[in-house]
Design a protein around this ligand. Sequence first.
Ligand code: IVH
Length: 666
Amino acid sequence: MSNVKTQIEDLRRELEQHNYNYYVLSAPVISDFDFDKKLKELQHLEAENPQFFDPNSPTQRVGSDINTAFRQVKHRYPMLSLGNTYSEGEVADFYERVRKALNEDFELVCELKYDGTSISLVYENGALQTAITRGDGEKGDDVTANVRTIRSIPLKLKGDFPAEFEIRGEILMPWQVFEELNIQREKDEEPLFANPRNAASGTMKSLDSSVAAARKLDAYLYYILGENPPADTHFGNLQKAREWGFKISDAAKKCANLEEVFEYIKYWDTARKDLPVATDGIVIKVNSLRQQKNLGFTAKSPRWAIAYKFQAEKALTRLNFVSYQVGRTGAVTPVANLDPVQLSGSVVKRASLHNADIIEGLDLHIGDMVSVEKGGEIIPKITAVDKDARFLLGDKVRFIKKCPECAAELVRVEGEAAHYCPNEDGCPPQIKGKIEHFVSRKAMNIDGLGEETVALLYQNKLINNIADIYTLKISDIAPLERLGVKSATNIVQGVENSKNIPFERVLFALGIRYVGETTAKKIALALHNIDNLKNATLEQLLEIDEVGERIAQSVLQYFQNPKRLEIIEKLRAAGLQFALSEERLAAKSDRLAGLSIVISGTFSKHSRDEYKAMIEQNGGKNVAAVSAKTNYLLAGENMGPAKLEKAQALEVKMINEEEFLEMIKE
Ligand code: IVH
């Protein structure tokens, strides 16, 4: 065994232990800084020695942008659901059914019912092999790449695990992560996730595992399947799984009788509100595996387990008035203003009414007593009106016809639920919102221009659109309250620096509806400059990766507005980047004529799409799979072991980024 190999293996083991300490035990023993240092060291060693690649190395937890549409995999054991109950009476019925069927003593295990997305993990010889979603219960999507990024899921196990087994559990997005994610999505004009469950399952469906890596998911496991389980009870299995390194909830408890089950329910109905993740009930399981087997399954669910769902918390309160909020895109949201009421641990004063149809459906009147629920959603919603409590009928709530901010006539697009204010260039929250987006960190990243400063400059009529930012002078800004020469200089310097921001970010900054960061990048790479984009046809737009009808139409519409074209011309005159840099375009040549090149792994200098474009621009052919005809394998970091093996077997020449860039250099 070579020295490097041992070094790599030791580092992997050590880092995996630190991951476990941090993410499973919540008890780190080294600093983040030291962890990162060790991780970098391992990354370096692995890059230098690609023959020791391992998909279960801690370095693989960062994800990659390799786009793999999911493979469908059949579950070895179907993934069934549980029967639901909502009352203690139904729980007692379950208990009675089990007692009669077994006709002997039995023990139960109560657990929390985690409200995330279920996952099935298969381990072979202590290494994670596959992670499959529930799918239709028979077969699911292979989301192993995404699951590898979840730090609390062990990639390698410890202790005396069976050679082969399956373990199931729930992938969750902690409340805090969920809330931060939605704040960011709102800024990026992306649709919000309704609850952590949707966010977790949406993340699992992402084709780019670096998205999953960034989302900080967690996972609790609760069910072992396999031919040779380590214990003869469910509870025993859970303890074993914990020893192997899995995150097993401490809340699982053995119960000897129905009273203990009710006590458990009562305790957790309140205590769960302090947990970092969402739960929506408890699961009651027969503990003995022999007894589970005797009870068996119905077509849909086990007879040995049942779920008890917590009541969504509700409160009754009075509707005082409805106000309307106008967002950056002009969407108008109705908001119910309520008598303050205590709900799920916080005081609720406002609730979203979503849209005109919802208001109409509730037949809402001012002064009504309404029922407010928090459910899994962050924003409380009104679910019902207590019509019996109406003695004096207030005014019927009618959706406003005019924008509350600028008095423009609202419009409603056919087939859409929302009302919009069409006065984009004259409606203050829309104007300010667009400017805030333009200067934001991921867009033009202009230092010193935050929400408050934008509002101040707007109020003082110094800026009315994004082009005005480039006319700002120190002498205009410095006299404003709360600013001064220092801040003013800082702002003007930031504005100047933004002229170097690359085209794709300028494109994102323009705030074309539905064109987020990634889409902007794809469009920039495909069309190279703003003039091509301006003149692009629907067909051309639809050819771009990840651009569908909705985005394409929105782009076309954007460039139809002469005012926007005027602003773009002003920005161009100011010196902003409206074309990809020469370097990024990689001058066209026939240097790679006749060569067939496969790309694999992840790269640091350019993205895979960019390398693909470079190959084609230089006359080469980019092919997906390694074959005897392949001339080169452009190998990045973390390339797949299958491709590597095949390339070695066929003696295909491997080149790295630097070598490739050297090849196409003029
Ligand atoms: S046991 C044979 N235990 O609830 C069924 N499920 O409707 C084995 N869930 O699909 C499932 N927490 O996604 C079990 N502690 C727990 C659970 C749990 C959440 C989910 C799971 C399952 C659904 C059942």
